[in-house]
Design a protein around this ligand. Structure first.
Ligand code: GLP
Length: 233
């Protein structure tokens, strides 16, 4: 794991943008994308750049179950708002959280991932060490699946909703096995509330109780953390 410490999220976005640009210049054609507040500085750098994505495919990590794409809290809406409206990709995939048959949808999404191997996967991290929506206790062998969100995650994400009862209780998430298949992984973490998860991810035991610890087993992981998130390393 290569760890790059930066002053703050804005600086982290710039470093992440440089790495992403290098990968694209080297021929990367499929990006794995993440939502949450963490990748926003990177997406802003991309939007303000002259990079062209019309030949690049994106595959997002996850989507809430039950939110229509017009809902501002859906990840579909988030991606259009923060990236795709300004930088259209050749094609962009997200799980369909409104699918009538969610199990069928997980299979469809696995087929999408299988036919578009990810060159560079962008990741954030939850306070409890989750990646995508792979909560503590999730098997490292799992592919796309329907998730019951952990109470801590519902609590953390409630800041984006009017009330905590409005936060969906389920999501569809790419699995850990799929994330581990990405050629390169770029994990971003900003803020003190991520410091425990980062310390355990880097120096703790590899355990399903801390999903991000699996990244110790991946050959090409770059972590960009601000000083606060790196403070317990
Ligand atoms: C959500 C997303 C994750 C994200 C995490 C952290 O639960 N599913 O992909 O990494 O929250 O969010 P934030 O970046 O807002 O701290």
């Amino acid at each position: 794991m290569k760890i790059i410490t930066v002053k703050d999220a804005q600086a982290g976005g710039k470093v992440a943008f440089e790495i992403l640009s290098e990968k694209l210049a080297a021929g990367a054609k499929v990006l794995g994308l993440a939502t949450g507040s963490t990748p926003i500085p990177l997406y802003q750098e991309i939007v303000n750049s002259n990079l062209d994505f019309s030949d690049v495919t994106s595959i997002n990590l996850d989507e809430y179950v039950g939110l229509p794409v017009e809902n501002e809290q859906s990840y579909d809406y988030f991606m259009r708002e923060h990236l795709f409206n300004a930088k259209p990709f050749k094609q962009s995939f997200l799980p369909n959280g409104l699918a009538e048959d969610l199990q069928e949808e997980t299979k469809r999404y696995d087929a999408v991932i299988d036919s578009h191997p990810v060159d560079l996967q962008i990741l954030g991290i939850g306070r409890n060490g989750h990646i995508g929506f792979n909560e503590p206790g999730t098997s490292f062998d799992i592919t796309t699946h329907v998730v019951d969100l952990a109470q801590d995650t519902i609590q953390a994400n409630s800041r984006f909703f009017d009330t905590i009862d409005d936060v969906p209780k389920q999501a569809i998430s790419m699995g850990i096995a799929s994330i581990m298949n990405s050629k390169t992984i770029l994990l971003l973490a900003f803020g003190e509330e991520k410091s425990d998860a980062i310390a355990q991810m880097v120096n703790g035991p590899i355990t399903e109780e801390l999903p991000a610890s699996v990244l110790q087993q991946h050959a090409d992981v770059i972590v960009i953390a601000d000083e606060a998130a790196a403070s317990k390393l």
